[in-house]
Structures are given as structure tokens and as C-alpha cells.
Design a protein around this ligand. Structure first.
Ligand code: GLN
Length: 485
């Protein structure tokens, strides 16, 4: 039962073969049994979960339910949950109980989903390994000595180990897709503006986007139906007609043009990863897709431009944590300046401080033109690269990451190497495009993710291709040893 997809659980609930309370108890006990070894959760909330499950059962019994009613899941701890601690992985917010729900939280509540708790993450979503969390690193269920990726590593690890059937994540530079790839699950980063950012603690506002992390593409489509939509509270939310993300899952891929960027298949990429990606591409060819070799010549500029733009926005967003209004406050400040300085020095971890320093530096009067403005121009060039490519092809495919999961502590002292782990993901955020990562096999015993990138609003197509791929493969069904019972 615990290994079922959302679609399967939905059917069982609808047939009343199982109740939401029973499912909630099952997943809660898995979470409680395994959290110590994986450290996927910062907070588990069994009491509210069971209350919500009871309410869901009532709806189901009265036939007032939707497809997601009664299904347990978890939120990344970046989404504000009214009355439940929302730490964002930081000491700064260790005591923060939001007085309101994020829009995504509200929407999934309305859909009747049952939140079991808040998933571990890199502090303020800054990181690629979940090692910057104040609450300690999450582990990869495929190998406990490896990282699960980040920043949504708690969500990915928990879904991979089947402690929960689905979770939310956020992706500023890859934080849904990269951990999904390293843990062997499916993760969708929607087009910028599709999922509301209201109540999602801001890291880099022009890049941040929430999305689903699930076992299958079909499940991701189901979650998107509940998560997406215009929100008056988010000024960058897009007003568009409602999309049914499940409607096109079975469309034919005959004649679809898949672009393979030369830059994503270089010698720097792990050979086992390339092999699996090539196998996956053959599957799509069998389905009638056409392969086109393309170029994304600005790929190498994406890391330097992202690591100027993202810290710049972060330094501004994080100025609100001043020890006055919410979060951590230093003890016995001698004056106001001391309160600010010590609250921030004691409340933030090293990676967050590094980003704030880079950000304030590149935005400072003397360096703004040389760094921030330049990075914005490069950002536009990266977007143009993709627009050029989408004149020729329908989607772009390649590996989500250049190698499978790295070891815990392996890169913590080398931030530049850590930043380079994001080479294939950050350009998608800089351009605002949608992309999905799907399990495509294993290299050295660790999961490999295939990334499919599409033009704006092509989520139905991405989900369709991912779904068709999952009909022909069973990589997404693999469960790490030690979590199969
Ligand atoms: N790893 C990237 C960073 O550290 C992306 C993080 C994210 O997408 N939240 O900024």
C-alpha cells in the first residue's frame, strides 16, 4: 500500500477500500520509523494530520471529494503553514509559527490532501545537498552516505523511500529537479508565474517557483491541477485559462522534435549518466519522436549569471530578518545596531551569509553595473538561446545533473564545486521555463534523472512525454533497499 502512486491511492479511497485515517496512520508510522536515519522531516504533525484525515473521510463518505482528498503528503518547510512551525531550514525561523497559510498550502488543503509534516531543506533553499539545513543533513535512501540533493532534499528523500506518496518543493535554480534526479523520483518545475509564491518564503523572487515532487508524471499532473492558478496575492502570478494537466498525458509523441544540446553531453558528464540518457532517448525515438542536435551556446554562462542574480535578490529578501519582527532575536542587545548584527550573525548559517555578502556586493553602487546589470544581460541571452532552440524543436532533453549523488561532506568546503552541480538546471530558472526530471536508470547504483525542458506553458507536453516514458520503463517504480517493507 505504501508504495502506491497518488492515482492508485485515489482509486482505493474512492472505492472506500481504505480510509484516509488508515492511510494517514500507515504513512505516519513509516515517517516515524525512518526519520531518524533519513532526517527528511523537520516537523511531523500527527495530530493535525489525523484531524484532517477524519475530515477527508467525511467528505469521501458524503461523496463530496476530489481526486486528492484524503491522500497524505508533506510540504517543504518553506511554505507557510498557519500555526505549524515554518523554519525554512534556518535557526532564524526555528520559532516561527506563521499566522497564515501559503496559497499552495491553502489550495492543497482545499483539495483535501492531508499534510503529515514539514520536509527538511537547505537553509532558505540555498544549497544543492540539504547540508546547509540548521537541522542537519537529509540522507539519500539509495545510499545513506550520499546526499539527496537540494534544496528540496527532505521532500525527495521521503518520496523516494515511500515515507509519503508526494511532496511539495520549490525550484530557484534546480531545487525540485536536482533532488528528484538524485533520489529517483519525478519533479516538475513549472513555468514562472504558474504556481503562486504567496507564503512561500522568498529566496530569489524572479526565479522561485513551487511544484510537485511525486513518484510519477501522472501524479505530478494531478498535483498541478490543485497547485496552479492565478493568485491576486502574488504580483507575478499569471492570469490564464485553467489548464487540466492530466488531459494530455496519453497524447502521441509521433513527430515530436527533441533537441539534444551538445553542451549537455560533454565529456565532463558521468559516462554512466550519459549512457542512461541515451537509452531514454531511444525510447522516445521508438515512440515516433525525432532527434535534432542543437546548441545552447550560453550554457557555461548560466552558473556565473545565476550566482549573481540569485544572491542579489536573496540579500534584499533576507533583510527582513532583523530580529525585530519575527524569528531569532539575540539576547541582551546593547543597542539597536547590536540587536540587528548579532541576531543576523547568530541566526543565519554560513551559506546564507555568503549569499548575503555576494548579493550586497554586486548590488553596491560601485559594482552594480559591472556585476548585477551584466548578469541581467547574460540572463536575457540565455533566454534567447532557448527561444532560438524552440524555433527548431518542441522540447529539449539531457541529464538533470552531471553525475549521480555525491557523498555527504564531499563538497561542503568547496562552494564553487557545489554551485557547479547546478549547471543543467539554473538556466531554466533564468529563462522562466518549465522542466521536469524523471527517473531514467542507475549509474554506479545511484539514480539518474532525465531532464525535459519545454517552452513557456508546455507543462502538458512535458507531463505527456514523461508519462509515456514511464509507461514503457519501470525506473520510477524502484524502491531503495531497506524501505521496501
Ligand atoms: N542549488 C541552487 C542554489 O543553491 C538552487 C537552489 C534552489 O533551487 N532553491 O541556489
Amino acid at each position: 500500500m505504501f508504495s502506491h502512486s497518488l492515482v492508485e491511492l485515489s482509486r482505493l479511497l474512492d472505492q472506500r477500500s481504505i480510509s484516509s485515517v488508515e492511510l494517514t496512520e500507515l504513512f505516519l508510522s513509516r515517517c516515524q520509523d525512518h526519520n531518524q536515519e533519513l532526517n527528511c522531516f523537520i516537523t511531523l504533525s500527527p495530530r493535525t494530520a489525523l484531524e484532517h484525515a477524519k475530515a477527508a473521510d467525511k467528505l469521501i463518505n458524503n461523496k463530496q471529494h476530489g481526486p486528492l482528498t484524503g491522500i497524505p503528503f508533506a510540504h517543504k518547510d518553506i511554505f507557510c503553514t498557519e500555526g505549524t512551525r515554518t523554519s525554512c531550514g534556518s535557526k532564524m525561523l526555528d520559532n516561527f509559527q506563521p499566522p497564515y497559510d501559503a496559497t499552495v498550502v491553502k489550495k492543497l488543503n482545499q483539495a483535501g490532501m492531508v499534510c503529515l509534516g514539514k520536509a527538511n531543506m537547505d537553509e532558505f533553499a540555498m544549497g544543492s545537498s540539504t547540508e546547509t539545513s540548521f537541522y542537519g543533513p537529509t540522507r539519500n535512501p539509495w545510499d545513506l552516505t550520499k546526499v539527496p540533493g537540494g534544496s528540496s532534499g527532505g521532500s525527495a528523500s521521503a518520496v523516494a523511500a515511500r515515507l509519503i506518496p508526494a511532496a511539495t518543493g520549490t525550484d530557484t535554480g534546480g531545487s525540485i529537479r536536482q533532488p528528484a534526479a538524485l533520489c529517483g523520483i519525478t519533479g516538475l518545475k513549472p513555468t514562472y508565474g504558474t504556481v503562486s509564491r504567496f507564503g512561500m518564503i522568498a529566496f530569489a523572487s524572479s526565479l522561485d517557483q513551487g511544484g510537485p515532487m511525486t513518484q510519477t508524471a501522472e501524479d505530478a499532473a494531478m498535483m498541478m491541477n490543485a497547485m496552479a492558478g492565478f493568485d491576486i496575492n502574488d504580483s507575478t502570478s499569471l492570469e490564464r485559462e485553467t489548464t487540466d494537466y492530466t488531459a494530455n498525458l496519453n497524447d502521441s509523441m509521433d513527430g515530436i522534435k527533441i533537441g539534444l544540446p551538445k553542451q549537455y553531453f560533454s565529456d565532463d558528464v558521468d559516462a554512466g549518466t550519459i549512457e542512461k540518457i541515451n537509452d531514454a532517448i531511444k525510447q522516445f525515438e521508438k515512440g515516433g519522436a525525432k532527434i535534432v542536435d542543437i546548441e545552447l551556446p550560453k550554457t557555461a554562462l548560466s552558473i556565473p549569471s545565476y550566482y549573481v542574480v540569485a544572491p542579489a535578490e536573496a540579500s534584499s529578501n533576507l533583510s527582513r530578518f532583523d530580529g525585530v519582527r519575527f524569528g531569532y532575536r539575540a539576547e541582551d542587545p546593547k543597542d539597536l545596531l547590536d540587536l540587528y548584527c548579532r541576531s543576523r550573525s547568530e541566526g543565519f548559517g554560513n551559506e546564507v551569509k555568503r549569499r548575503i555578502m555576494i548579493g550586497t556586493y554586486v548590488l553596491s553602487a560601485g559594482y552594480y553595473d559591472a556585476y548585477y546589470l551584466k548578469a541581467q544581460k547574460v540572463r536575457r541571452m540565455i533566454r534567447d538561446d532557448f527561444q532560438q532552440a524552440f524555433k527548431e524543436v518542441d522540447v529539449i532533453m539531457g541529464p538533470t545533473t552531471s553525475a549521480p549523488a555525491f557523498g555527504l561532506n564531499e563538497l561542503v568546503d568547496d562552494p564553487v564545486q557545489m554551485y557547479l552541480a547546478d549547471i543543467f538546471t539554473v538556466s531554466v530558472n533564468l529563462a522562466g521555463l518549465p522542466a521536469i526530471s524523471v527517473p531514467a536508470g542507475f549509474s554506479s547504483g545511484l539514480p539518474v534523472g532525465l531532464q525535459i525542458i519545454g517552452d513557456y506553458f508546455s507543462e502538458p507536453r512535458l507531463l505527456n512525454l514523461a508519462h509515456r516514458f514511464q509507461q514503457d520503463t519501470d525506473w520510477h517504480k524502484q524502491i531503495p533497499e531497506g524501505f521496501t517493507e
